[in-house]
Design a protein around this ligand. Structure first.
Ligand SMILES: [Fe+2]
Length: 493
């Protein structure tokens, strides 16, 4: 029977179904169904979608509620006393639909570790998890390997506990500059390139007790005072936060490598979405895997993987709701050549925060005017760049791929562009791009890029998520139709 993994209750609820062969039948985010960004609960629409994967033999829950609530009590937070056990948490998330199904729950950071290691190609790896906070842990380092029966084994090598947390520090800075905490950290990362990072020394002096041990002087869970660093611009604060976060992350990577467990790195937790920091971690590891959904939503997969026990058959991040039909390559090309911008909503939706070609707004990346045109549709801050999607074998020709990342199939890292003057729309202020490389995998986006390259000599497209402003990514055809009406841009299916 199938295994259902659940994460939820805090932010970005998600569900994953794995079958008895280790194949991922489904992985998707609640927000795409409810249209509420970062929806904390698995609603009726996602639960209805999951019905097709019955019967479920085990429900796997991504953390241990009682231990988490002990930490919440310890830190004076509100506690939801109706979710003391995993059974109660699952009952709330699934509206009682799996009442008679056995439940297993796992440590929060172990679920992160499993969703990374068991989807990787590694037989043995060092696993680093960095997030805001799990039950008590904020940073964990694991030694992972498979035993003689092919079952994943994890040995915890080091941990740091609440309230000492890089994730909470970064979220406090996100809030300090007026952005939405636990949601808009990626905007803070984008702002960093425009500021002066000298402020990181002041932050280090004010906030850090021990940089090597990742110990802070104060609990940043309650945020930073709005008066803190008021003499600096928001961009300077962003630059300082990014600079200090990168130094702390690199300290953890150095410590992880020093255990000499493996030169393969699996890196998970919400902080692993910081693709600017990720470009620097290859200094310590030879080969790096960051699952495309490394945050808590990905732990729905991790918890299910722990029940399954062995390696999960990972093929791509296209694991969500299906819009059936062949990938509309020729229709997309027609629109690109005439109007330069086109939407695509085809096949299975992406698992993870990045649009990778199945729910994307695509554009011709050449020339100086396209960024403004796409921004007219997205109506987002002008300082934020767009990302390129490129034929993988040509990535090195156009981008200086960082060590440890020969590829970046899920936009895990930034890379410096070798010819920024040709593609200003996809270059950030610091000369880097959040690259998505596409291998010869038979996917629709691969076929599109190949034909686009033949027709134009350009091996890449601008790729940004297809979403109506203020909403999560487009999920089904009805969402795509609304997008077409609102923005007068064709969305091909
Ligand atoms: Fe987490």
């Amino acid at each position: 029977m199938n295994i259902l993994g659940i994460s939820g209750g805090f932010h970005d609820a998600a569900a994953t179904v794995i079958d008895s062969n280790g194949d991922i039948l489904f992985a998707g985010h609640s927000e795409r169904y409810s249209k509420q960004k970062s929806d904390a609960n698995i609603g009726t629409a996602l639960l209805d979608e999951l019905e097709q994967y019955n019967p479920i033999g085990t429900v796997a829950y991504y953390e241990r509620p009682l231990v988490k609530q002990l930490r919440q009590l310890y830190s004076g937070q509100d506690v939801e006393w109706d979710q003391l056990t995993a059974r109660q948490a699952v009952r709330k998330q699934t509206q009682g639909r799996y009442e008679h199904v056995p439940i297993q729950s796992f440590n929060h950071h172990l679920s992160h570790a499993a969703s990374g290691f068991q989807t990787s190609t590694f037989d043995r790896a060092t696993v680093v998890v960095i997030d805001a906070v799990g039950e008590f842990e904020t940073v964990t380092i694991w030694g992972a390997e498979y035993d003689s029966k092919g079952r994943a084994k994890y040995r915890k090598l080091w941990q740091q506990n609440y309230p000492h947390s890089i994730g909470l520090f970064y979220t406090a800075c996100t809030s300090r500059v007026g952005l939405r905490p636990l949601d808009e950290e990626y905007i803070l990362m984008g702002m960093a390139a425009y500021g002066n990072n000298n402020v990181s020394n002041r932050m280090r002096y004010d906030l850090i007790d021990n940089e090597w041990e990742i110990r802070f002087k104060e609990n940043l869970h309650t945020g930073l005072s709005q008066k803190y660093l008021c003499e600096y611009s928001e961009f300077d604060i962003a630059a300082g936060a990014q600079d200090l976060a990168e130094d702390l992350i690199l300290n953890i990577m150095m410590r992880a490598r020093a255990f000499k467990w493996s030169s393969n790195l699996v890196y998970m937790g919400g902080v692993a979405l910081n693709c600017a920091a990720n470009a620097r971690i290859g200094h310590y590891f030879d080969d790096i895997w960051i699952m495309p959904c490394p945050g808590d939503a990905g732990s729905s997969l991790g918890a299910a993987a722990l029940v399954y026990g062995g390696r999960i058959n990972w093929h791509s991040a296209f694991l969500g709701h299906d819009i059936p039909g062949a990938y509309p390559v020729n229709n997309i090309l027609d629109e690109l050549l005439v109007r330069e911008i086109v939407g695509v909503a085809s096949g299975r939706a992406e698992f993870g925060p990045r649009a990778l070609g199945n729910r994307s707004l695509l554009a011709d990346p050449r020339g100086s005017e396209i960024k403004e045109k796409v921004n007219d549709i997205k109506r987002r801050q002008q300082f934020r760049p767009f990302a390129p999607v490129i034929l993988e074998e040509l990535a090195d020709t156009y981008f200086d791929m960082p060590r440890g990342f020969g590829t970046s199939r899920y936009m895990q890292s930034v890379a410096r562009c070798r010819v920024p003057e040709l593609f200003p729309a996809i270059i950030h202020r610091d000369g880097t791009s959040r690259v998505q490389t596409v291998p010869k995998d038979g996917s629709g986006i691969r076929e599109l890029l190949e034909k686009w390259y033949v027709m134009t000599g350009c091996p890449m497209l601008l790729n940004t998520s297809l979403n109506i402003r203020g909403e999560p990514m487009v999920n089904d055809r009805a969402d795509a139709d609304r997008f077409e009406r609102e923005y007068n841009v064709k969305v091909c299916s």
